[in-house]
Structure formats: C-alpha cells, structure tokens
Design a protein around this ligand. Structure first.
Ligand code: MF3
Ligand code: CO
Length: 255
C-alpha cells in the first residue's frame, strides 16, 4: 500500500481518534502510582478506551495480548502487562497505546516517572519528548521525511544517548501501521517529500546508553542490551502546509 493522503473528512475522524486517545493518556497518567501492577494499568487503560467509544487497536495485533504496552525502566517498548510486575517509586514507565474511532487509528506513547526518579531518568524523559518536537520543525509539506528523522536523532545523540535503530515510526490511518517507516536517526537520503494530508506516528525511542536492543523470551518485550533506561514519546500527527497538527496532545500538554 502506498503512502496515502487523507481527505478532510478522514482527518476529522483521525482528529477525534486522537482527541479520545489523548484523554485516555491524560487520565491514565494520573492514575499511575507505586504498588500498581502493569496488568492494572492495562486493565484501566482498556476500560477508559472503551468508555470513550474507542476500540483498543493493540489488543490482538499480531497476537499482542493487551491494550496498553507497559514498558518499565530498561524496557523500550511492547512490554506485556503482568499481574506480577509491580510498579515501584523510582521507576520510569512508558505507556504506549492506541484506539480506533469510526475506522481510524490513533497511536501515542508517554514515559512517566513514578515518585522520585533520578535526575538522569527525568532528563532522559524530557529530552526524548524534546527530540520529537525537534523533528516537528521539519514535519510540513515540501520538507522531506528523513529531515524529521535526522532532527530527532541528532538532538538525542548530542546528549550521548543511543537512538534505537531497530524500531521506527510509521504512517497511520485506516491501519495502525501504514507506509512510510519513519526512522529516528539520520539517513543517507532525505527521503520522500512530505505532502499535506499525510498522517504519521512519529515515535522516538531513546536509550540512556547504547542503541542496541534485545527481544525478551516473551517474544514481544524489547529491552536495552546494556540494561540502561529507555524512554518513548509518540504522537499521531497530520502534515499540513504550515505547522503539523499534533492529534494526540493532552489538554494538559496544550495548556
Ligand atoms: N505502538 C506500537 C507502534 O507504535 C504498536 C504496538 S503493536 C502491539 O507501532 F502489538 F505491540 F501492540
Ligand atoms: Co506507533
């Protein structure tokens, strides 16, 4: 399937899918506290998605068994919620989730600090978020796709962080994963020209240490090879002739 340009009507539906997901991220973020299990988090998240009229799009995706990916500390993405995994003060917890609203997908991730975390951990979270916005400077019609990648990667690497090479962002729309792939580091080429109406999920995954990752025995959880912390920040966006429209910012983030 080629990269698609969404119509105004489709974008309106994606806007709603994004707004609902942002609400879930905000509300679920407020519920996080030490002592919860990652299963509790998934359970709450799924309930919130369904209460708003959304369908969790991760659930059963290629066999993934939950609605929310919960990845703790050195886990990068795709952590499987478990009743045995208890969240502790000092942990950093990445929540990645998405939903379908009237056939259109949204996808977003945030990394949260639980209680008091180390200064290194909170800097990693903040700079991962900022790397996304560095990328956004190039996310407009007429620019090129990998200019976004380069801006994200160059910014993160300037702190000595490891940009995860093995996982990428993606187009999004009537499917969770559409073309194009969106790497988070500089490419040899500048990539395709961006056009108004493209809808993308841009998602830097940044390690405190080396970029290398491993897949755990559950065949989903991706963790850093060196055991260092990892953070994730993702939004669903629309390319326009001006500033990108970021569909999954929470009301608190917009304020
Ligand atoms: N959020 C992931 C992504 O951004 C998708 C997770 S798929 C799942 O591409 F199966 F793990 F849920
Ligand atoms: Co995604």
């Amino acid at each position: 399937m080629p990269v698609t340009i969404k119509s105004a009507e489709e974008i309106a539906l994606m806007r709603e899918a994004g707004r609902l997901l942002a609400k879930v991220h905000q509300d679920l973020g407020h519920e996080l506290k030490e002592g919860m299990t990652t299963w509790d988090i998934d359970h709450l998240g799924e309930e919130m998605i369904r209460d708003l009229g959304g369908i969790p799009n991760f659930l059963n995706y290629q066999g993934y068994p939950a609605s929310v990916c919960v990845s703790v500390n050195d886990e990068v993405v795709h952590g499987i919620p478990s009743k045995k995994r208890v969240i502790q003060s000092g942990d950093i917890v990445s929540l990645d989730m998405g939903l379908i609203y009237q056939g259109y997908h949204s996808d977003a991730a945030r990394t949260h600090a639980i209680g008091e975390v180390s200064r290194e951990a909170s800097l990693l979270i903040e700079r991962t978020r900022e790397s996304f916005f560095q990328g956004m400077q190039y996310a407009r019609a007429g620019r090129r796709l990998y200019d976004i990648s380069a801006a994200i990667g160059d910014y993160a690497e300037s702190f000595g962080y490891g940009v995860v090479y093995d996982l990428v962002g993606h187009g999004i729309g009537t499917h969770l994963h559409e073309k194009p792939d969106i790497p988070n580091y500089r490419q040899r080429r500048r990539g395709m020209k961006l056009k108004a109406g493209m809808t993308l999920a841009v998602e830097p995954m940044i390690n405190q240490g080396e970029p290398d990752v491993v897949w755990l025995d559950d065949e989903w959880t991706v963790a850093t090879y060196d055991g260092s912390l990892s953070a994730h920040y993702e939004n669903t966006i629309v390319i326009t002739d001006g500033e990108p429209e970021i569909l999954t910012l929470t009301e608190e983030e917009k304020a």
